[in-house]
Design a protein around this ligand. Structure first.
Ligand code: F6R
Length: 620
């Protein structure tokens, strides 16, 4: 596992290529200490966290236990927190989550497990919290504390304003935290207002702290916790004064750190072509001067003397990067001869949201564009839409005298299930099918808006997605086989894949990895095609990263927006629990495409109305 230290970090920070590698590293730290203590006949006291971040760590510890003889019978655990109030067996309780995710699969003794109790009477909470502290002390204190970090900078549920010496107590959750949890609770209004959490002071007493953060959505808070001075506004920043705290990051979560954004400010830089491009584009945007107008002084004023000395003068650097960026502009993304193009869309609307303009251009330029919708996307459909469509079909069938009895009974079953459905309860198969169908028909309508006929669409419904819940299964071997078969059948010259790094529930990442694996397999058999990555529905590639910039005219942007509108069930997605940004997809897509065009414009490149951006996939 290769990792990199962050040079200017105030908390020791290690960056791994993937969250999987970082999780394995964390598991090895625990593994080493437990084995050492086991041989010395000592218990090991672990402080544990819940949430999406430590899942990989728990999976790896389970594997080490099952396959490599890691004995956890001497381990004592204390969990950081629990919602309050929260019944112990509620599907949202951290207690239940810990058992299902970890404890049920290893040999930690039941009486050694401690998780704050969400079922207490209000008057008992304070006393209980003190006893929790005493129990930690009696166990000898925490050897290794595992932490995640919330977007508010919380550790445990120590929200902004928590004091450095706070102890285990009842707290009120920050609105941002409740919004982040809303997806799991199917609505912000269902997320408890309060929680019981270990305090910052409690956490700081652990002998060793391993804090992890994965995904692009954590990058801004990681930057503030790791590079800015300690502050009550970000509880995690207090870890700066812990003698043995380490941040384990994946590249996406580390993405905002200075060492990635402007490495030349904090470390000696090897001036590779990519790095030169990053620096010169950054400088041009920073000083708001076109590439061809940059001066030596601009470089010197911005920590770029080395670059100037090694590759200058400014005029040469500006000219080099100007030519390079100019070459990224591509009006014919698949060339001028008709070819077969395959666009993969993880959910049924990522294609048009992310690259609708390019799709429209490809079709206009005479290419045969196929779209493969990898999952049904049924989880993202509101109940009221399922109800409406069941009603529609029943009324439709009655009107036209079609099998009215069966449809009425489906509608009734759907309605009575939805009437009694509690927040977060998984849907019935029937409801899931209706929701999937809603998205499938929307995808067909959206593709038609791009002039792609229905027989060029594939609805793959990959298995890993079919859990009926937000949590997804790992990729299934048959999923990869399905993609291989698609390549063999369509023989594309070019494929497009969502290369998103931040998709919170991992669907895009899983889809991308399945495609990469399938590409490797068909390449071995001699099939070859270009693989281009669009970023995804939330973010865009940055101006220095773009390898293919496709100019999009105002008319094409309007058509793209129409195609996005056809995904009607996603129109009120902005109100969907857990949605990070309340603007609608078409608004954000238009803003992104126009801001890429604006960046190219301010670099002194041709002025376009909008631009869709792509990078090439390189197998590492
Ligand atoms: C969980 C906890 C929280 C989480 C944090 C990050 O026990 O105390 O501080 O670690 O909210 O959550 P995820 O990992 O879901 O992003």
């Amino acid at each position: 596992m290769s990792s990199q230290y962050v040079p200017n970090a105030r908390i020791r920070s290690l960056v791994f290529k993937t969250s999987g590698e970082a999780s394995r590293h964390a598991a090895l730290i625990v593994d080493r200490l437990v084995r050492e203590n086991n041989s010395a006949g000592r218990p090991t006291v672990l402080g544990l966290a819940t949430g999406s971040t430590p899942v990989g760590l728990y999976r790896e510890l389970i594997r080490l236990h099952k396959e490599e003889g890691l004995d956890l019978s001497g381990v004592v655990t204390f969990n950081l927190d629990e919602y309050y109030p929260m019944p112990a067996d509620d599907s949202h309780s951290y207690r239940r989550w810990m058992h299902e995710t970890f404890f049920d699969h290893v040999n930690i003794k039941k009486h050694n497990i401690h998780i704050p109790d969400g079922t207490l009477q209000p008057e008992d909470v304070e006393d209980y919290c003190q006893r929790y502290e005493t129990a930690i002390r009696k166990a000898g204190g925490i050897d290794i504390q595992i932490l995640g970090i919330g977007r508010t900078g919380h550790i445990g549920f120590n929200e902004p304003g928590s004091q450095r010496n706070s102890r285990t107590r009842q707290v009120t959750l920050d609105p941002v935290t409740r919004r982040d949890a809303a997806g799991d609770f199917f609505g912000e209004e269902n997320v408890p207002q309060q929680a019981i959490t270990m305090g910052v002071g409690t956490i700081m007493e652990a002998r060793k702290i391993v804090i992890m953060a994965f995904g692009e959505h954590k990058a801004p808070i990681v930057l503030r916790a790791v590079e800015n001075p300690q502050t009550e506004a970000i509880s995690a920043s207090f870890l700066q004064s812990h003698p043995d705290a380490t941040f384990l990051l994946d590249e996406a979560a580390a993405g905002e750190l200075t060492v990635y954004r402007r490495p030349w400010e904090v470390t000696a830089v090897d001036w590779t072509p990519d790095r030169i491009r990053q620096a010169v584009v950054w400088l041009s945007l920073e000083v708001k001067k076109a590439l061809l107008k940059l001066s030596d002084l601009d470089f010197r004023d911005h920590h770029l003397y080395d670059l100037l000395r090694e590759h200058g003068p400014a005029e040469a650097l500006g000219e080099q990067i100007f030519q390079d960026r100019l070459a990224s502009i591509q009006n014919y993304p698949a060339g001028t001869e008709p070819r077969t193009v395959l666009v993969f869309s993880p959910h049924p609307d990522d294609d048009v949201i992310s690259m609708g303009g390019t799709i429209i251009r490809l079709v206009e330029q005479g290419h045969k564009v196929h779209v493969a919708y990898m999952t049904s996307g049924n989880i993202a459909v509101f109940d009221h839409d399922a109800r409406r469509f069941a009603d529609f079909v029943e009324s439709f069938n009655r009107l036209f005298g079609i099998d009215a009895k069966t449809t009425a009974s489906v509608r009734d079953r759907v309605q009575s299930f939805l009437d009694s459905k509690s927040p977060g309860q998984p849907d019935t198969e029937e409801v899931l099918k209706i929701k999937g169908l809603i998205r499938e028909t929307e995808a067909r309508a959206a593709a038609l808006a791009c002039d792609i006929p229905p027989d060029q669409l594939e609805f793959m419904d990959l298995r890993f997605y079919r859990t009926g819940t937000i949590a997804k299964a790992p990729i299934h071997p048959e999923d990869i086989n399905d993609i291989v078969k698609l390549f063999e059948r369509l023989q594309p010259s070019q494929i497009y894949v969502a290369g998103e790094l931040s998709d919170p529930h991992g669907t895009h990442r899983t889809c991308a990895e399945a495609i990469y694996e399938a590409v490797r397999r068909v390449r071995k058999k001699g099939q070859s095609f270009e693989v281009w990555l669009y970023r995804g529905a939330w973010e865009e590639w940055e101006p220095h990263q773009i390898e293919m910039a496709v100019p999009i005219s105002p008319e094409t942007v309007e058509r793209k927006k129409l195609a996005i509108f056809r995904h009607q069930s996603q129109k009120d997605k902005a109100m969907f629990p857990g949605t990070r940004d309340k603007r609608e997809f078409w608004q954000r897509a238009e803003e992104r495409n126009r801001s890429t065009a604006a960046a190219y414009d301010s670099l002194g490149l041709p002025e376009f109305y909008a631009v869709e951006a792509f990078v090439r996939w390189r197998d590492l």
